[in-house]
Structures are given as structure tokens and as C-alpha cells.
Design a protein around this ligand. Sequence first.
Ligand code: AMP
Length: 191
Amino acid sequence: MNIILLGPPGAGKGTQAQRLVEERGMVQLSTGDMLREARTSGTEMGNKVAAIMDAGELVTDEIVIGLIDEKIRSGNTAGFIFDGFPRTLAQADALNELLSRNGAQLDAVIQLDVDDAALVDRIVGRAKEAVAAGGEARKDDNEESLKVRLMEYYKKTAPLIGYYYARGDLKVVDGMAAPDEVAQGISAALA
Ligand code: AMP
């Protein structure tokens, strides 16, 4: 089974993807994680996208499609969870193409529905928690980048909700509930 977790920054995509990995052995494909890894290892691509990511803007479709293409080609039987991809209509079209080229298909798109006003609090909370735990907050978990990330989401990614609804793939899950309940909602939607 291949699914997309769709929702704005702070909706809980990463948390829920992690649970699906643990419970179902699925493979999480987070383009955000892949890009952060590329930065840490200092690859040419990582250096190129660093400033864009810190500002909260989207990197080019070409780069993220290339990253996902490589992972899909490597294949897996338990299924992929696409987390933070696709984020544009061009990426959504590319994903269809990449999956079908590999004899696979998309089974469901889970939209984590959240209250817009709660997102800023959640993300600022996430940054504080990371620091309190002795770690470092994400460079883009600050109010200025967050405004840009939300605007990018509403301008470029939110149209995917209509796109997947029209394809009949969309399942809406209440993302405001506690993580356990959200996980149950996702299981019910996938049953
Ligand atoms: P995330 O961890 O999903 O919040 O992603 C962090 C940042 O990585 C985003 O703000 C973008 O700059 C970049 N990014 C991640 N996934 C994508 C994508 N599918 N398309 C474009 N940019 C992306």
C-alpha cells in the first residue's frame, strides 16, 4: 500500500508516518528529511537548497522528484508513506508517473485536517521542546520562516486537496485530536 500524508507544517505528518513505520513496517519517504540529510553531508545539492529551506520556500520540483524517483526505484513490498511530498501539482503528476512506471499505484491520500490558528503554536512548541531536550531547533521553525512555509502551503500544496478529491483518493482525518486518536483515524481510513 502506498499512501500520502497531506497537511500543512505542524499537522503531525512526521509523527503519524513514524507510527505507520513501526506498526506496519512501511517505508517513510520524507523529502524534508532527505534534504536536511543532503545539507548535513554537504553535498552540492544540499548546499544549493540550504538558504531556500531556511527561508521556508519550496525547493525546485526537479530536485525533490529526483530524490523520490531514486527511492521508488529501489522498491519495497510493505509500501511507501509519502511525507511532505508531493507539495505541488507538478510533483503530484510526477508521482503518478513514477509509481506506474514501477508497476505500483497510489492507494490513499490522508489529509490531516488542522485548525490553522493552532499551527503556529504547535511549531513554536516543537522548537522549544527540541531546545529543552538539549537539541537544536530546526532552522526554519521560527516565526518568520513559518509565515513563508504556511503561505507556500496554501498557495502551492493546498490545491492538491481538490486534485486528490477529484481522483477519489482523498480521506480526511481530524488532525487536531491526540496523536493516538489521529492514528486510529488513519487506520480506519485505510481499512
Ligand atoms: P518538511 O520537513 O517537510 O517541513 O520540509 C522542510 C523544507 O524542505 C521545506 O520547507 C522545503 O524548503 C523543503 N521541501 C521538503 N519537501 C519538499 C517538496 N516536496 N517540495 C519542495 N520543497 C520541499
